[in-house]
Write a protein that binds this ligand. Sequence first.
Ligand SMILES: Nc1nc2c(ncn2[C@@H]2O[C@H](COP(=O)(O)OP(=O)(O)OP(=O)(O)O)[C@@H](O)[C@H]2O)c(=O)[nH]1
Ligand SMILES: [Mg+2]
Length: 393
Amino acid sequence: MKFFKRKKKKKSQDQQQTSEQSQVYSEILNQQLDDDLMTDTVIKPPPESPVQTPEDAESEDAKSESIESESAESESSDLLQTEQQAPTAAAHEQILDQRLEKTQANFGKKMKQLFSFKKKIDEELFEELETTLLMADVGATATMEIMEQVRKSLKRRNLSDSDAVLDALREQLTELARKVEAPLLIDTSKKPYVILVVGVNGVGKTTTIAKLARRYKADGHQVMLAAGDTFRAAAVEQLKTWGEREGIAVMAQKTGADAASVIFDAMTSAKARSMDVLIADTAGRLHTQSNLMQELAKITRVIKKNDESAPHETLIVIDGGTGQNAISQVRAFNEANKLTGLVITKLDGTPKGGVLFNLANEFGIPVRYIGVGERSSDLKPYRAEDFVSAIID
Ligand SMILES: Nc1nc2c(ncn2[C@@H]2O[C@H](COP(=O)(O)OP(=O)(O)OP(=O)(O)O)[C@@H](O)[C@H]2O)c(=O)[nH]1
Ligand SMILES: [Mg+2]
């Protein structure tokens, strides 16, 4: 622990530089507290309807419709369950730890067990440590680099007890995690501030959009959503129902409509209505399907025709349990549309939360939020130290 603290002091200069950022974080986290004290909503996708391709649908009939409701009443209450859950401020601190306990059990606990048996550093200990990192999806390259740094830092300080290894490891993981710590700040000079959300099927895009919209609305922004997933009727319904319930405008067109046009029209409407934020949903697509990836690139081109500076944020949503495939996903989506942020979801359901380190090491794209559950308050602004501490300590 002493070793960790000494190294920390050396970094005070860096920390000074990020103190402004930290202030922003605390503001965001305070807001998070307020959010948690609000009514919690579970955003449930509607029952699956048969997959429909744009060709199947009559796109020429696609008619724009705007759904805006001030009412919190919804007939489709089976899709959205509301529950009163108001954790206290003290309980809030434990929420992240609880939600990430599966990873913690597979990662932190395993490592501690390892160190409790071995008091002296030897090659076997390093190998077992490497295996633990690999098993948690940290990835081969990141694991090698982390282990090399751990070895170097132990050698430099001439330390040889296993506690020092754990401290050095925690420090390396935190350093890597910090590389991608940069909260998403809404630039209010852009009206609307356009957030495009992309990713493969079922990773949690629509759920994340609903969570974000709720958060930004609570922050006092005027929020509009664009139902850019026009492949499935259920996808449009999912967003519309939720928007009605939360009093958030959803711009949607019929199933099969051209996604780029839906988003373009939503931008025009958002401008006319002085909206602050427009969040655009897109259909989930396999990163290996080049025609679908081209369609995504077209969406960005069309967005730029409306506003050259948009999209202001292109967020990829990654399922936290994806493993090595997450690297190929980010690479392919980044080629089609330059990604500016990541949301890693379902971290509550996986024992392998290491994918974040793998992505941080490979791309260094900021992680904006982490999804730790299905409720509307289960989207947390990403904070490196909290994350590392939740999975190790
Ligand atoms: N446990 C957990 N479940 C989540 C989280 N985020 C989303 N989900 C669930 O994941 C499922 C899929 O979520 P969607 O938001 O519909 O995913 P999507 O990416 O929009 O899916 P497609 O539009 O079909 O590509 C739903 O059951 C969500 O409740 C999370 O952070 N934790
Ligand atoms: Mg969706």
